[in-house]
Design a protein around this ligand. Structure first.
Ligand code: BYC
Length: 471
């Protein structure tokens, strides 16, 4: 029997062909991944899709574009190049050389972080699997599939780490990543937002804006990790992640643009009957996706995160640009909290407040999108504005989980919340309406009536390019 050429079969820059044990382990995982992709991945049958495939890690030419059948997409393993003498930038091991192996004392925590990260990647593919059936254009359909295959590659990235560095337990966890499923009663995905549905394209753009952005920030903190292979993997994943957020940002831009246009043309806010999405519905979708994404950062205070930081496993956003001692042992931070039952803040040790620190970075980034969308409204001459709801609104994790609050931060009783939540979160009627607009448009250069076309195509191609060939 000839030896399979894994350097070919699984494109990689980790010298897979020099490690037969690892090759075999990944060989036995690969068919399981493919059968997961077949049963839980995109449902719309396609012949091929104009996809970007990662082929290298340098600054230039790291990806190539071309029409490929999705099943033949090359899910490769790519780590950013190794920095010669990388030193740990924070925590108790600050200044020591970055680790090339997993220290025994931190094995369990590192494995847990990698499993949580890995679990989100296939979850999002599962959440988005039916969206192809209602794509507003071939351009959008292609972007959906691009996001899907890259989330698949990010799963590979985490599975590589589990297989290469965590022995039998790591291999078992890699199997579990294919067995848990988004929304499953028996074995759901680990984090809350990844068990929610993505049933329509407005949800998809909101998800790629708000939830993929959590991915950006979490990957940014893992990129600081003392465990060098994790750091290098995350660095490369962030490159792909940028496109996912572009899809979200410009997707919401285009929905708002079309809404504004229809409002102005008809001189009314009541545009549902005219086939566009009313601003209050867009606001409710923002409220939902933003609040469930805030939950993804964990509690406002967390001893887990303090331990991760001190151990050097997970840093802060842009750790090396912070002007402090990178130990934080004697610092404090004000975190959002219930103070005497009121929504307020309290002072805690900086280390236990690190989830809050990261969430704040994320929140100010999110505000950028709202500013863009409001500029679109302003340019259309409309007085309405979109906003981010209060941090205590609709929270299921952390300090505000036990209470209810309005989008402006007014504390509510359970009864008031029940009576009013339909004003703030998408109701069944809103969702049914949005879904009713979701009719597929598969003709080249055509677009659904509820969204504006993009300004530019992908990789210099025009909007009317044949981005997807349906089967
Ligand atoms: N749902 O100590 P705490 C992405 C659990 S997205 C359910 O405050 P910690 C992507 C928590 O596990 C990025 N449970 O939490 C985006 C803990 O359980 P134990 C994904 C939750 O550990 C789009 C307990 O509650 N990556 O890449 O400080 C498409 C107490 O919590 C949730 C990561 O998240 C929740 N939302 O922080 C595709 C990075 N939140 O210990 C991909 C890795 C918390 O009591 N993960 N819990 O059993 C981490 O850094 C941290 O584990 C978390 C939580 C930030 C998630």
């Amino acid at each position: 029997m000839s030896t399979p050429d894994y350097a070919e079969k699984i494109p990689n820059n980790v010298s897979l062909n020099e490690d037969r044990r690892l090759q075999r382990a990944l060989e036995s995982w690969q068919p399981n991944f493919l059968s997961w992709w077949e049963s839980m991945g995109p449902t719309l049958p396609t012949e091929d899709v104009y996809l970007r495939t990662a082929v290298n890690v340098g600054r230039e030419g790291w990806a190539q574009f071309g029409h490929v059948p999705m099943r033949d997409y090359r899910w490769g393993i790519f780590l950013a190049e190794r920095e010669g003498d990388r030193r740990i930038a924070f925590g108790a091991h600050k200044g020591e050389p970055a680790w090339q192996k997993v220290p025994g004392e931190y094995r369990a925590e590192l494995q847990r972080l990698i499993v949580i990260q890995g679990d989100t990647e296939p979850a999002s593919v599962e959440q988005q699997r039916n969206l192809g059936a209602t794509a507003p254009s071939l351009y959008d359909l292609r972007n959906l599939f691009q996001v899907n295959v890259e989330e698949g590659r990010h799963l590979w990235a985490m599975v590589y780490l589990l297989h290469a560095y965590f022995g039998r337990e790591g291999r078992e966890e890699a199997e579990e990543l294919l067995h848990r499923n988004s929304g499953s009663e028996d074995s759901p995905r680990i984090l809350g937002a990844f068990n929610e549905e993505t049933p329509d394209w407005l949800s998809f753009y909101m998800f790629t804006y708000f939830t993929d952005r959590d991915g950006k920030y979490q990957l940014g903190t893992l990129k600081e990790s003392a465990f060098d292979p994790l750091s290098r993997t995350c660095e490369f994943m962030l490159k792909e992640e940028a496109h996912h957020m572009f899809v979200g940002t410009t997707g919401v831009d285009r929905v708002v643009e079309r809404t504004a246009q229809v409002m102005v043309e008809n001189d009314t806010d009541d545009i549902a009957a005219r086939g566009a999405i009313p601003l209050p519905v867009i606001q409710k979708y923002i409220n939902f996706h933003y609040s469930v994404s805030l939950d993804l950062f964990g509690g406002e205070t967390s001893t887990n995160v303090a331990n991760y930081y001190t151990a050097g496993l997970k840093g802060r956003w842009l750790e090396e640009r912070r002007k402090d001692d990178h130990l934080l042992a004697s610092d404090s931070i004000m975190v959002d909290a219930l103070a005497d039952g009121e929504i307020g803040q309290t002072e805690v040790a900086a280390l236990v407040g690190l989830n809050t620190d990261l969430r704040r970075e994320y929140i100010s980034d999110c505000a950028g999108g709202v500013k863009r969308w409001n500029r679109i409204l302003e340019q259309a001459g409309l007085p309405q504005r979109l906003y981010l709801p209060h941090i205590a609104f609709n929270r299921k994790v952390g300090a505000f989980a036990p209470i209810e609050a309005s989008p402006t931060g007014e504390r509510l009783s359970a009864g008031e919340w029940d009576a009013r939540k339909g004003q703030w979160l998408p109701t069944e009627t809103d969702k049914t309406f949005v879904r009713s607009l979701m009719q597929p448009v598969y003709q080249r250069g055509k677009i659904a009536a509820w969204i504006a076309p993009p300004r530019n195509g992908i990789n210099g191609q025009p909007f009317d390019y044949d981005y997807v060939h349906l089967a």
